[in-house]
Design a protein around this ligand. Structure first.
Ligand code: NDP
Length: 405
């Protein structure tokens, strides 16, 4: 049945650029993809009201949804003010029917916030990874949680490969010598190695993990993976993969480990002192999955002791991280803010995906199975395959400590 009453759609997006909303872009177009690597079709909304390749993920971009939502008689509220009891998000939540949020600047939907949002029916992730929603509470309240599966998986895989190379070759300090005006080759290469011949492993070979393995094959490394479900034998053979039944076995043989599982009850703090202690001295970790899969202070300790030679990724906990978060200043890191899945190319796909989800939901049509995380009071679709029930939002209130500079 389609929805006819006026709804409130509350959308949490990251702030506009400090330099102002762009009026020009580095490139005029982005490539048109025909389908995703496994054949899944790209989002299929009836139409879009934005130009692919332009900024959509910040407040003024509004995911290109405002016209669509308001023309149907619904209210569209967009804010980046999302943390703390006085935030716009918290004030607007009590009568919101729909919440749209992005993992890059997550509007955390904790148990308490869900309790204070009695009308909330659907939480849409503009991206992939719905751990900013207390899934257990969503299950209990029969709130649908969905995300735009595949929309930025390859974007993240590209970022992970870039960061593996940045760490092993030690790119960031070398760039630093150029910026300082120096030509200090011996200093610049003092931690620089070739990745060729190394053992490289991924934790989870889902959409992103497999895309990373495929890309890393070209570097003549030995490839490893662990996952809850094993890949088809022909894929293992084609890529020359070694399967490990658990993460302990994987990390003990790898020089570089890239993390690609979702954050859920099973994976929270997976990389703690004990697991990192099983790694070879001087290993590298790249984590573009979720910050909380790693124990924050264990990572710092391992970099300081030299157990880890480097750590990179783009995911933190909470987001934004407080200004004194130790990952900002720990040694030998190559972190970015949470950007890998929100390239201008990815934004076009997830904005279209959110539009498709809203069109379906408002018109009483089923949302694609692969977009579903929670539906009908239980894990569903991709959620049933890749997640476990529970809550990973604990501690997210720390995000209120962040101050923009
Ligand atoms: P997929 O659902 O395709 O893959 C997730 C994989 O993780 C599945 O193969 C799943 O196994 C596996 N997995 C789940 N739990 C475990 C576990 N305990 N141990 C080992 N493997 C496990 O998702 P994507 O690859 O598209 O995305 C993965 C994650 O990457 C997202 O959930 C999100 O957190 C993060 N991400 C980050 C982005 C960024 O901008 N940095 C953007 C997009 C995603 P199985 O299904 O076989 O049970």
């Amino acid at each position: 049945m389609s929805i006819s009453s006026a709804l409130k759609v509350l959308c949490v997006l990251y702030p506009d650029p400090v330099t102002g909303f762009p009026t020009a872009y580095a490139r005029s177009t982005i490539p048109t993809l025909s389908h995703y690597p496994d054949g899944q079709t790209l989002p299929t909304p009836a139409s879009i009201d934005f130009m692919p390749g332009q900024l959509l993920g910040s407040v003024s971009g509004g995911l290109g949804l405002e016209k669509f939502v308001t023309e149907r008689g619904h209210r569209f509220v967009v804010t980046s003010d999302k943390d703390g009891p006085d935030s716009v998000f918290e004030r607007e939540l009590p009568d919101a029917d729909v919440v749209i949020s992005q993992p890059f600047w997550p509007g955390y939907l904790t148990a308490e916030r869900i309790r204070n949002a009695p009308k909330l029916k659907i939480a849409i992730t503009a991206g992939i990874g719905s751990d900013h929603v207390d899934l257990q509470s969503a299950i209990a309240r029969d709130i649908t949680v969905c995300e735009v599966t595949w929309c930025n998986s390859v974007s993240v895989a590209e970022h992970a490969v870039m960061q593996m190379l940045a760490l092993v070759r030690d790119y960031i300090p070398q760039y630093g010598w150029v910026m300082k005006g120096g030509w200090n080759i011996a200093d610049a290469i003092s931690r620089s190695y070739d990745i060729e011949g190394m053992d490289v492993g991924v934790v989870a070979a889902g959409r992103i993990g497999l895309a990373v393995l495929k890309r890393m094959k070209a570097f003549d490394v030995k490839l490893h993976y662990t996952d809850r479900h094993r890949l088809p034998a022909e894929v293992e053979q084609e890529l020359g993969l070694t399967f490990h039944p658990n993460v302990e076995s994987l990390v003990s043989v790898c020089d570089v480990v890239s993390i690609h599982c979702p954050l859920h009850a099973e994976t929270e703090h997976m990389f703690d002192d004990a697991l990192i202690g099983r790694m070879k001295r001087g290993s590298y970790i790249v984590n573009t999955a979720r910050g909380k899969i790693c124990d924050r202070d264990a990572i710092v300790r391992a970099l300081e002791s030299g157990q880890l030679a480097g750590y990179a990724g783009d995911v933190w906990f909470p987001q934004p991280p407080p200004n004194d978060h130790p990952w900002r200043s720990m040694p030998n890191h190559a972190m970015t803010p949470h950007t890998s899945g929100t390239s201008l190319s990815a934004q076009a796909r997830y904005a279209a995906g959110v539009r498709e989800i809203l069109e379906c939901w408002l018109n009483g049509r089923p949302i694609r199975e692969e977009y579903l995380i929670v539906q009908g009071g239980g894990l569903a679709g991709t959620g049933a395959h890749s997640y476990s029930a529970g809550d990973a939002t604990g501690g997210s209130e720390e995000a209120a400590k962040f101050r923009a500079v």
